[in-house]
Design a protein around this ligand. Structure first.
Ligand code: 7RM
Length: 648
């Protein structure tokens, strides 16, 4: 059977970086990018060593890379500390008085923390952790809202060599139980609650419910965020503020081995129990530092905002670690994008004069649905660079972002990476790379991706296949926590010595990568394998469509039939005529092969907390009418009810 993925996309638009942007950028031209890239892959060890020298090491490494596939060690025998590099390194200069974190709560509370202030808090909390018996290597679970204290908790762990495991604040107690037990965490840091869409999320209550089944947890530290009565369990629970009063602000950063674990972050596999992705210190520090610098083109005076929650890898690498390593000012926002109104993000951008803005396609599609009038009410004139991550961005959403938010003058960096890769892997460099809507363009320095056939041959130009990474990179995951077999099977068994991403992709004539969606989601229509992204993009390009998710349903004749779930833009009503129109539209846009057999107009799509569409659940609905698989990572359960109701 044919194994390549058939590409149907016809996108042709190209946008060049504007001269004033390029002139001031770290990397100013394609020629410079190409020269640096070629050098970086000719001698990656030299390239990464040079980057590492921009950071502080207690002891220099002996060897840049030790690669025994599939296990890598980076900056072997080097000693460093992430927290030292994020904080102490800046205190010797004027940056000690620079804003490290600007925070806005959903309820309008605000706070600005300088590097010096953040350093003091981190040192104090590191002392608190030690006082509560946390030692180097112990696991600490963090279950908190987006408040500055979450960064304090992360950096305090990193300071003493404790391994943090952040669990997204939207997860339930049962998700907490699984993750805490897998990591054998000794301590939980939480808050009495969080604000979300004007209501209260009872974080502490969820922790309490989990505790009966978490025998390894000895202490729970509770940050006071709300005026909520919570039950404090004597001997186990402690108020953060009280503990912070009882310690001083001197805590030398542990000199940690480069391969000392920094954090575990659980991601749900398509099936089975969540995988604890393990990241270590040296390589991750170097690569999040360098990608932030070049991809977001960070300038000393920039105010940078990544909207991700810290419970997602994007929050780890590009809200906290990457920006602080660069001495940048990072903005944190606690709440929802549409609270109290759908222009909250645009208000925040104007209020803090944000320069660099990084968000997800799911958010952009929601803004489109809510209407242009919301961003139009705001100036947005401080923005100079936009970014996106998390899913393929449909060209229509890209164009909207470019025109309505960027006013046609901000480059867009569409960054491809994964929890497993730790840092951005394929991305435009904003002052250099001409962009095209819908492509993640070219590899970052030192990264060698490829598109391969099932048999391990390089695909031809525009031939869809499997996206792989052929060389180790500094921020790569080291293993799946306590399950190295699964690590080897999951990522390294498809092609020996080559990292399997699980994404489908093609490379165009310019060498640009186009992500076609997860290979698990590929639909086989009459022997042609079709990626979800292109059919969805064709639907989203229709004026009445806000969002769509396409799945395959078994079909006797064709193998799979295409079933498209579609949400309409606010002002349009569902009808049979519209369904027929959409089917014809797809045929016109990309061809008869992709004609949806069925269109289901729906109010909402099921998504993960980071906004990724859960096609697996839609597949179950399209096939069996009900969902039987795991739904712990689903953001909003009512969506499943709606999908079922709409069917009747
Ligand atoms: C950072 C993050 C990883 C998966 C990945 C892709 C998809 C991420 C893009 C993208 C197209 C992008 N980590 N993905 N970025 N697809 N274009 N720019 O999202 O572990 O949560 O997810 O997300 O399928 O494999 S993640």
């Amino acid at each position: 059977m044919e194994q390549k993925i058939t590409s149907l996309s016809k996108e042709k638009r190209v946008f060049h970086p504007k001269e004033p942007f390029s002139r001031r950028a770290h990397i100013k031209s394609m020629a410079q990018y190409k020269k640096m890239y070629n050098e970086s892959i000719k001698n990656p060890e030299k390239f990464w060593a040079k980057a590492a020298e921009e950071l502080y090491w207690f002891r220099r490494w002996k060897e840049v890379l030790k690669w025994k596939p599939p296990h890598a060690q980076w900056f072997v025998k080097g000693k460093l500390n992430m927290s030292y590099n994020c904080l102490d390194r800046h205190l010797g200069s004027w940056r000690r008085n620079k804003a490290a974190i600007i925070w806005e709560g959903e309820n309008g509370d605000t706070a600005t923390w300088t590097y010096q202030q953040l350093h003091s808090q981190v040192c104090k909390f590191a002392n608190v952790l030690k006082m509560l018996g946390i030692q180097k290597g112990d696991r600490v679970c963090i279950y908190m809202p987006m408040i500055p204290e979450i960064a304090v908790a992360m950096l305090a762990c990193a300071r003493i060599g404790a391994v943090h495991s952040i669990i997204f604040g939207g997860f339930s107690s049962s998700a907490l139980v699984d993750r805490i037990n897998d990591a054998q965490a000794k301590l939980v840091v939480t808050a009495d609650g969080a604000y979300r869409r004007g209501t209260i999320v009872k974080l502490k209550e969820n922790v309490d419910n989990a505790m009966a089944d978490c025998p390894t947890v000895e202490n729970v530290v509770v940050v006071k965020r709300l005026e909520q009565e919570v039950i404090m369990h004597y001997g186990r629970d402690h108020w953060y503020d009280e503990l912070m009063h009882s310690v001083d602000d001197v805590c030398p950063a542990e000199q940690l081995d480069s391969e000392h674990p920094l954090y575990i972050l659980y991601t749900s596999g398509t099936t089975g129990k969540p995988k604890g992705i393990l990241h270590t210190t040296g390589g991750y520090t170097v690569m999040t530092y360098l990608t932030t610098k070049y991809v977001f083109d960070i300038k000393e005076e920039d105010i940078y905002w990544c909207t991700a929650d810290a419970g997602w890898v994007t929050g780890h690498s590009y809200v906290v670690y990457g920006p602080l390593l660069n001495g940048a000012t990072t903005v944190m926002y606690e709440g929802a994008p549409n609270y109290p109104d759908p222009d909250r993000f645009w208000k925040i951008i104007d209020k803090y004069k944000i320069n660099v803005f990084y968000t997800a396609p799911t958010a952009i599609r929601a803004f489109i649905k809510w209407g242009e009038e919301w961003p139009r009410k705001h100036k947005l004139d401080t923005l100079r660079l936009l970014g996106t991550v998390g899913e393929p961005i449909n060209p229509e959403a890209w164009m909207w972002y470019y025109k309505v938010i960027g006013k046609g003058k901000c480059p867009i960096v569409d960054t491809w990476w994964q929890t497993e890769t730790g840092a951005i892997m394929i991305t435009p460099i904003p002052g250099a790379t001409p962009t095209k809507p819908g492509t993640v363009t070219l590899p970052f320095f030192g990264i060698v991706p490829e598109v391969m056939t099932k048999e391990g041959k390089k695909c031809k130009v525009n031939e869809g296949g499997y996206l792989v990474i052929t060389k180790p990179w500094p921020a790569m995951l080291r293993t799946i926590y306590k399950d190295d077999h699964r690590y080897q099977r999951q990522y390294w068994s498809e092609y020996p010595g080559i990292y399997f991403t699980g994404d489908g992709a093609r490379k165009d004539k310019d060498g640009y990568f186009w992500i076609m969606g997860r290979v698990d989601d590929v639909i086989n229509v009459s022997g042609h394998r079709i990626g979800t992204a292109e059919v969805e993009s064709a639907l989203v390009a229709h004026a009445k469509v806000a969002e769509s998710a396409v799945v395959g349903r078994p079909d006797d004749l064709k193998g799979s039939a295409i079933c498209a779930f579609v949400t309409l833009e606010g002002k349009y009503a569902p009808s049979e005529e519209l369904k027929a129109e959409l089917k014809e539209w797809v045929v016109k846009q990309i061809g008869a092969l992709a004609r949806p057999d069925e269109i289901r107009l729906t109010e909402a799509l099921p998504k993960t907390r980071s906004g990724k569409i859960m096609r697996r659940l839609l597949r179950e609905i399209a096939t069996q009418g009900i969902v039987t698989g795991d739904t712990t990572t689903l953001e909003d359960f009512s969506v499943l009810e709606t999908l079922r109701d709409e069917e009747e």
